[in-house]
Design a protein around this ligand. Structure first.
Ligand code: NDP
Length: 445
């Protein structure tokens, strides 16, 4: 690693102990950027990396709410406004018991580069709460969202910070959050994305991350002499990203044989019935193991980590961070995997990524592969500010073009720095270039 990047990383670890996910993301990115830093000694003179790894600000707050039985609960609320060099902070809200500052800083940091890769004017941020939406009634979810927004509303705005959904924050939660923002701020602006179509949302936003992932993987495979058609696919997760990745890759002629939730995974040799998964997960909010009630020929295995034992040509980890480790990577490689596309953020550990790169597996890192969600959020922002709507076909075609372009940009950056087919390095460098240029020109702020 370049000595300046190493010094910044050491200092970051010293100043932010107990933040392993943030250390992991920063290590990966600073390692990749070493090649660029070597060529730009001027960055050190203006403390560019020190400024890049320190969020502009972090807002932490109390979220008190009352459940249906009248009991009072207190959760932690966060918004990490990481970097606004190229546009207003943009990034999702995650509601999950595992949420803490380390996870949100890793996600916010990654978001800077991802948003830059989209080519659209959006900075990086992330937020959320350790609240667990599972098992809560609609009224409890609404009261929690209102309590969360009662503090967050003063820190966000259509030109300041535009949150969206993430794990545990889907259409229902965005609706409650938006309704309360509108009431408190007394203005109707595109302050959240992922809104329902009837109140200012964009067509394709729901499908965008999953579709975008498949568009990028398809392009990556095509440019390397493969095709998605006829391939066997394993997708972890059964949430928003996983469901629409399944829908698009199936439409392109592949067969998805396994999906999971946090309890376990199902394997269905004939190919998974996605409509039934949608019914179970989106409508009935049930566990994936219920799939075998309708399909007794499918096999359910308790524990989600072993999903990677299922042989496949394409693996799409779409659940959560660090869900695919080096053991799983070696199993996938031994089973002949051709391509891996990260639908989730940092689902693959660093050791697993190294295994894939060493074995010559085509590996699309999350900050490029799952950028379709935020790109379509930016398209939603564009439509909101013009007060117009584009058709499904128009948004979908823009999304596809953005993903194809992202692939070619990261491919080009990887080649330019002598690391062909290393799309991890390519994505970090291509994402960094625009942000660093913007920071350089805006002075020491
Ligand atoms: P959802 O909440 O819709 O779905 C998450 C899925 O992952 C569920 O199947 C969930 O299972 C599973 N999961 C969650 N946490 C864990 C865990 N700790 N261990 C195992 N499985 C887990 O989230 P999304 O689909 O929106 O997000 C998935 C990933 O994609 C996240 O990493 C997110 O940051 C990333 N992402 C999402 C974008 C979007 O537009 N939605 C954009 C870019 C990235 P269960 O139902 O049991 O909880």
């Amino acid at each position: 690693m370049n000595s300046y990047a190493k010094r910044v990383l050491d200092e970051l670890i010293r100043k932010n102990p107990n933040e392993p996910e943030f250390h992991q993301a920063a290590t990966e990115i600073l390692e990749s950027l070493s090649l660029v830093i070597d060529r730009h000694p001027e960055y050190e003179k203006v403390g560019l990396l020190e400024r890049l790894v320190e969020p502009d600000r972090i807002i932490m707050f109390r979220v008190p709410w009352v459940d249906d039985e009248g009991n009072v609960h207190v959760n932690k609320g966060y918004r990490v406004q990481f970097n606004s060099a190229i546009g207003p902070y943009k990034g999702g809200l995650r509601f999950h018991p595992s949420v803490n500052l380390s996870i949100l800083k890793f996600l916010g940091f990654e978001q800077i580069f991802k948003n830059s890769l989209t080519g659209l004017p959006i900075g990086g941020g992330k937020g959320g709460s350790d609240f667990d939406p599972k098992g809560k009634s609609d009224n409890e979810i609404m009261r929690f969202c209102q309590a969360f927004m009662s503090e967050m509303f003063r820190h966000i705005g259509a030109n300041t910070d535009v949150p969206a959904g993430d794990i545990g924050v889907g259409g229902r939660e965005i609706g409650y959050l938006f309704g309360y923002y509108k009431k408190l701020a007394n203005e109707y602006t595109g302050v959240l994305t992922g809104r329902g179509i009837v109140y200012g949302g964009s067509l394709v936003r729901t499908e965008a991350t999953g579709y975008g992932l498949v568009y990028l993987v398809d392009e990556m495979m095509r440019c390397n002499g493969h095709s998605v058609k006829g391939k066997k696919v394993v997708i972890s997760g059964s949430g928003n990203v996983a469901i629409y990745a399944n829908q698009k890759i199936t439409a392109l002629g592949a067969k998805v044989v396994a999906m999971s939730d946090s309890n376990g995974y199902i394997y269905h040799e004939k190919g998974i019935d996605l409509e039934y998964i949608k019914q179970l997960k989106e409508v009935e909010r049930k566990r994936i193991k219920e799939y075998t009630v309708k399909y007794p020929d499918a096999v359910y295995t308790e524990g989600c980590k072993n999903i990677w034992n299922v042989p496949c040509d394409i693996a799409l980890p779409c659940a959560t961070q660090n869900e695919l480790d080096d053991n799983a990577a070696r199993t996938l490689i031994a089973n002949g995997v051709i391509a891996v596309g990260e639908g989730a953020n940092m689902p693959t550990t660093m050791a697993a990524t190294d295994e894939f790169l060493k074995a010559g597996v085509l590996f699309a890192p999350g900050k490029a592969a799952n950028a379709g969600g935020v790109a379509t959020s930016a398209l939603e922002m564009a439509q909101s500010s013009q007060r117009i709507y584009w058709s499904f076909e128009e948004v979908d075609s823009r999304l596809r073009n953005i993903m194809v372009e992202i692939f070619h940009n990261i491919d080009k950056a990887a080649k330019e720095y002598g690391m062909p087919n290393n799309f991890v390095i390519g994505a970090n460098i291509a994402g960094f270039e625009k942000v660093s240029q913007a920071m350089l020109r805006q002075g020491i702020v």
